[in-house]
Design a protein around this ligand. Sequence first.
Ligand SMILES: C[S@@+](CC[C@H](N)C(=O)[O-])C[C@H]1O[C@@H](n2cnc3c(N)ncnc32)[C@H](O)[C@@H]1O
Length: 290
Amino acid sequence: MNYSHEPVLLKETLTNLIYDKSGSYLDCTFGLGGHSKKILENLNSDGSLYSIDKDKEVKHYANLIKDERFNFQTSTFSNISSLFSKKTMNGVLFDLGVSSLQLDKPERGFSFMREGELDMRFDNSSGMSAKEWINTASEKELADVFYFLGEERKSRQYAKKIIQARKDTNISSTKNLAELFKPKGFQKKHPATNIFRGIRILINNEFEELKKGLISAIKVLKDRGILAVISFHSAEDRIVKNFFKKDYKIFFEGINLKNVNKIKPSKEEKLTNPRSRSAILRIGEIEYVS
Ligand SMILES: C[S@@+](CC[C@H](N)C(=O)[O-])C[C@H]1O[C@@H](n2cnc3c(N)ncnc32)[C@H](O)[C@@H]1O
């Protein structure tokens, strides 16, 4: 199967991120390379792009890019500052969430629309899978994850449902889990949406990784460097918004994040790329003041 990922807020990202076509840029979320390929197209012959992704399957797609200016490593946000030297990047991009490669492959277990083993790990070679977690977590743990990470208002009710279902059988596939939350008639949003998202965030430790990634990004950015982050839901965006506004000050003295901007997709993009509907791009410029 040919996987393709329509990059979100592409034009807006390129316009705001690339201010020096001969500079060095870092894409922390290569995915299927949608943003990376376009960044390369926009750089001069002496510019360079470094990309990373935690998902080991991604390397295959990165290797298809034959360009001396491009360098890929399988790694995570929390490793950025050990992979790259301080103050070397002109721009750093995070396009958060799941790629089509992960979502469209049933066996990765990310989507309630596709029957597959409940896995949900970005790096499926290590750590606990969603299947292991959902079959062992306590009722309180389940409810907390659904509420705090999935922002699900019926978290307690849904946790009870899972504990009840576990008495009869293991929940081992996406279908087993989704069927517990069948829509009643027409519902704009499938009732399992928040449950799946909450579990995915937990399994991949996404919020901690994001916080560490943002701190590391500042370390590797040069004076005037641009930090660009695309988020897809309110809990994720809250972390990014607070970081741009004030949280970076906890970790850095003598640095300002200025010209902070928030950009949403156009009506046209929302129509042609439904995945962009909830996207928010936040941009800021690093200023060394001492
Ligand atoms: C939305 S996709 C990126 C899509 C990409 N911009 C494109 O246009 O093809 C997000 C990617 O980030 C990766 N990712 C998520 N968390 C990560 C982390 N902590 N470290 C490295 N990569 C991560 C996922 O594996 C996924 O491939």
